[in-house]
Design a protein around this ligand. Structure first.
Ligand SMILES: C[S@@+](CC[C@H](N)C(=O)[O-])C[C@H]1O[C@@H](n2cnc3c(N)ncnc32)[C@H](O)[C@@H]1O
Length: 206
């Protein structure tokens, strides 16, 4: 069983899917947990680099998993009903999603930063956010569950999350974001300061 709350939560979100494609699998521990707990039938572990993929092969020896050395979706030759992309930056994740297939597939996404940029890119690329979760560990991790579809996000939705903003447990995260911005706002130029003041206002008043 994995100890990390982030990995545990990611694994729990795979519950009920048959085949999960894990892009950027690295250690492969989310697939391991999901198969151990019988959440899924089979995993597809993929990574763009050989070293992390080998790590997954070691951790998943004897598990019903196939392996691909692949840049995102590009070399994957099997079907799946859910995709997991976690532990990367939002811009890399948005780039990978440009090659995501159409169809009834659920995407479980956890970007390490710039979650607002990811939400915006998802809207532009024709995805709809279905669920948002927050995990408090060494960092605050936000996990999105998305499908193909349309959404019309407001400025507030993009920053706070269209689902997360209605959850009580997100307040602590928004308060931390205000403190973080306040710690450097006096070191930025006037234009940037204006944007950040607007963000503080959104975090405070919603
Ligand atoms: C920090 S690890 C995250 C591991 C795991 N998903 C997690 O959440 O703990 C990021 C992994 O993504 C892989 N990666 C980066 N760009 C990729 C791409 N374009 N396609 C597939 N994997 C990629 C890296 O090689 C690395 O193993």
């Amino acid at each position: 069983m994995v100890k990390s709350k982030r990995l545990k939560t990611l694994a729990s979100l795979t519950k009920g899917f048959d085949v999960v494609l894990d892009i950027g699998t690295d250690h492969g521990l989310v697939l391991k947990e999901a198969i151990d707990l019988k959440y899924i039938q089979k995993g597809i572990a993929s990574d763009v680099r050989e070293l992390p993929l080998n790590k997954a092969k070691q951790n998943l020896k004897g598990y019903p998993v196939t392996y691909y050395l692949s840049d995102g979706f590009l070399s994957i030759e099997e079907s799946y009903d859910a995709v997991l992309i976690a532990g990367m930056g939002a811009y890399l994740m948005s780039d990978i999603l440009k090659n995501a297939p159409q169809g009834d597939i659920t995407y479980i996404l956890q970007a390490n930063d710039k979650i607002d940029a990811l939400r915006q890119s998802l809207q532009q690329q024709g995805f709809k956010i279905i669920e948002e979760h927050i995990v408090y560990e060494t960092h605050d991790y936000i996990i999105l569950v998305v499908k193909r579809g349309e959404m019309d996000l407001t400025e507030v939705d993009i920053l706070l999350g269209p689902v997360l903003r209605h959850k009580k447990e997100a307040r602590k995260h928004y308060d931390k974001q205000i403190k973080k911005i306040e710690s450097f706002i006096n070191q930025v130029d006037a234009q940037r300061k204006k944007t950040l003041l607007k963000q503080i206002e959104i975090y405070r008043n919603n």
